[in-house]
Every structure is written in C-alpha cells, then in structure tokens.
Design a protein around this ligand. Structure first.
Ligand SMILES: Cc1cc2nc3c(=O)[nH]c(=O)nc-3n(C[C@H](O)[C@H](O)[C@H](O)COP(=O)(O)OP(=O)(O)OC[C@H]3O[C@@H](n4cnc5c(N)ncnc54)[C@H](O)[C@@H]3O)c2cc1C
Length: 366
C-alpha cells in the first residue's frame, strides 16, 4: 500500500497495491465517484441513494466521495451540485456546456469519459435507470473497463481493496460477486430503491469544482427535434411509493385486481403484481415487481396471492413491513413476511378494505 493511502486511511484494510497482470500500477486511481443524473432540470433520486452507498465505500477506503454533475449550467445544475453535497459528497465535479442541455449518449459519454481520465477515480457508480444504463455502457466501453450492472450489494474486499459488486445471476437463483481487478475505474450500476436513501444534511458543505469539457454541437450526430412526453410516464410510481399493494397468480383472474386497486387507493398507495400476471397481460409491465421489474422500498407492502419466489423477494425485501395474504401457510413468502395472513385473498382483501373504510369514516366523524 502506498504512503498516500496509509496517510489518508484510518479504516482501510492493509491490502496489496492494485496492479495489473502487465505490471501497470493502479494506485493513481483513487476516490469514489457517483454520477448525479440530472435530466430536464430534475435529479433522479437514485443518485442520492448511490451517494449514501458511495459514502460507505469511500469511508472504508479512506478516500473522498465525489458527485459528478453534467448539464447545461444554470439554476438546476447549481441545485444538483448543492444537493449532492447535502446527500454525502465531499466535493462535486461539474461540467457545463450548452451541448449537454438534453441527454444524448455521445456528448455525455465523451464528457464523463474525459472527467474520468483526468480525475482517475477507482470506483464510478451510476443508477441503473434508462439513462444510467446507456451512459454506463458507453463510458465503460470507451474506457475499456469492467462494468457490473444491476448490483444489489456493494462492498470493499479487504484483501484486494477492490469493489465487490454483487448481482443476481442464473435467472436470480444465484448471487454472484464480481471484482474488476485489473482495470480502473471499477464501474457498477444499481437500480432505484435497491439502496437506502441517506439522510439529507442541509448544513453539510463541500467543494464544487468546475471542470472544462470540449464539446461541439457539430460533432454530435443525434439531434433533438422535439420532446414528446411518454403518455404512460409517471403513471405507475411504484419505486418511491410509501404503500404498495400487489397481487399474484393466486388472484385467479384479471378482474380480481380491482380488489388490489381499491385497497391501494384507500391507503393512498400504488399497486402492482408478480411477473406471471404481467406476462399474462393482466397488468402493464411498469407494474411488475421483482428482479426483472421494479424494486420497491415502501413502508408497507401487502402481497396477495403471491408465492414469494426469490425473483419476487429481491424486489420487495427492502419494505419496512410486509403483509402476505396466502392460502398456503407454507408459501415461501411466509418466511420473510412481517405478518402472514393465511386465507383466501379474494375474501381477505375486500374485508380489509371495508374495515379500513369504516375506520376512516369513524375518524372523519369524530
Ligand atoms: C429470470 C427470471 C426473472 C423473474 N423475475 C420476476 C420478477 O421480477 N417478479 C416476479 O414476481 N417474478 C419473477 N420471476 C418469476 C418467479 O420465479 C415466480 O414464478 C413468480 O414470482 C410467481 O408468481 P406468483 O407468486 O404470482 O405465482 P405462483 O408462484 O403461482 O403463486 C401463487 C400463490 O398464490 C397462492 N394462492 C392461490 N390461490 C390463492 C387465494 N385464493 N388466496 C390467497 N393465495 C392464493 C398460492 O398458494 C401461491 O403461493 C422471474 C423468473 C425468472 C426465471
């Protein structure tokens, strides 16, 4: 380990200096970077979740945590930088250019690649959003480094001082941990809601470093002629809902999802379902919960007629309270539910809705 690392590290493990098979020394690559996804004036909340996770990795390594902001400049960009500090970054590196007004792969990948080449972070994290997946792939390919997508856990391997990035594999039946030992930065994407939201500290301060990027509109082949909002965008807000009610194959037929929707509406929450019911066309793909759907972290999750297969479980186990309604007391969901209700969901769901409605009416009358 270099003197530089020893001086900066109180909790860092005594690991061998990272070195490539061809002998190249990787010690110059230092620090944890989180890409702050700013698009159309809004930061995707997964960026804050990643800063929370990045904070833990940086503290373990004894290195700074940086937020990376790319944008056209202006108030939204300034706000994104300030918020990144409040969510745990030590510093923010920001590159502004009119070419970065709207997301396009080429200029964003070019800007982020040049920042990485200059700043040499050992770890670079992005959200596994549509934008993040696109950008991460382009940047990793340009840099010729490793990218582990859709991670469910990130930690530092004490022996190698490398990022241990865990993700489901073989259809979610196994978890594998991937290390990028010979290339830098070690890149990973994480889906929204997989990591917990860190506490925002409005008093927190940090440096904002402006980075120069050389971009020319004429070099960008993709032109944005107009922006048409997806008519369905924003309809299902499962990932960030406080209450989610979902149904599975045990509900028998699509019409019975009315019971799920009624309960969700009464609780002011969202509704969704397991993969088989989405595949059967009972509900839209944006309402699928689980490994290949949405990851949710509500305060309350009610699962009716859902067996709790591992691919479903990985998408819901961040919920504070899970109530499972299942006719089979031995269903796998009973092993991780906070409360298990054994019975027919077609009777229990409406009974629950009626009881809650009655209670709300009593409260309103009091
Ligand atoms: C690569 C891959 C990715 C996958 N991704 C996902 C994913 O993202 N999300 C997901 O959900 N699945 C996913 N799956 C599928 C997953 O393995 C399961 O098949 C699926 O979750 C089962 O859905 P289910 O619980 O609705 O149906 P089932 O497994 O058929 O379970 C139905 C449950 O309902 C109960 N039941 C029956 N009747 C009633 C009743 N009247 N009242 C109460 N309970 C009743 C039964 O006891 C049973 O437990 C994936 C699979 C693979 C291979």
């Amino acid at each position: 380990m270099s003197g530089e690392h020893e001086a900066a590290t109180s909790t860092a493990p005594a690991a061998a200096a990272p070195r490539r098979a061809d002998g190249a020394d990787l010690r110059g690559w230092r620090g944890v970077w989180v890409y702050v996804e700013l698009e159309r004036g809004r930061v995707h909340p997964v960026s804050w979740e990643l800063l929370g996770e990045g904070r833990k990795l940086a503290d373990h390594l004894g290195v700074p945590l940086s937020g990376i902001v790319l944008g056209p400049g202006g108030e939204a960009t300034r706000q994104a930088c300030a918020e990144a500090i409040r969510h745990g970054a030590d510093e923010v590196r920001v590159a502004c250019d009119p070419v970065l007004e709207h997301y396009r792969t080429d200029p964003y990948a070019q800007a982020l690649t040049s920042l990485v080449q200059r700043g040499q972070p050992e770890i670079l994290l992005l959200g596994a959003t549509t934008l993040g997946r696109d950008l991460a792939g382009a940047v990793a390919t340009t840099l010729g480094t490793g990218l582990t997508a859709d991670c469910t856990e990130l930690r530092i391997d004490d022996e190698t001082r490398s990022l241990a990035a865990t993700r489901p594999t073989f259809g979610g039946t196994l978890l594998c941990t991937i290390h990028t030992l010979e290339y830098r930065p070690q890149m990973a994407t994480v889906r929204p809601r997989v990591m917990a939201m860190p506490k925002r500290d409005p008093q927190r301060t940090g440096a904002i470093v402006e980075e120069a990027v050389t971009l020319a509109e004429d070099d960008v082949v993709t032109k944005i002629l107009s922006y048409i909002q997806d008519a369905d965008a924003g309809k299902a807000q499962l990932a960030y809902a406080d209450v989610v009610v979902a149904g599975g194959r045990g509900l028998g037929k699509p019409e019975n999802f009315q019971l799920v929707q009624e309960l969700a509406a009464l609780l002011g929450g969202e509704w969704g379902g397991s993969r088989p019911v989405v595949q059967a066309g009972w509900l839209g793909a944006d309402r699928q919960i689980g490994q290949t759907g949405q990851t949710i972290r509500p305060r309350l999750y009610i699962a009716a007629g859902i067996s709790g297969a591992i691919q479903h479980r990985v998408g819901v186990e961040g919920a504070d309270v899970i109530i499972a309604i299942n006719s089979d007391p031995k269903a796998p969901i009973m092993e991780f539910a906070t409360y298990g209700v054994v019975g027919d969901a077609l009777q229990i769901l409406p009974a629950l809705t009626d009881a809650l409605r009655e209670r709300q009416a009593l409260r309103a009358a009091a």
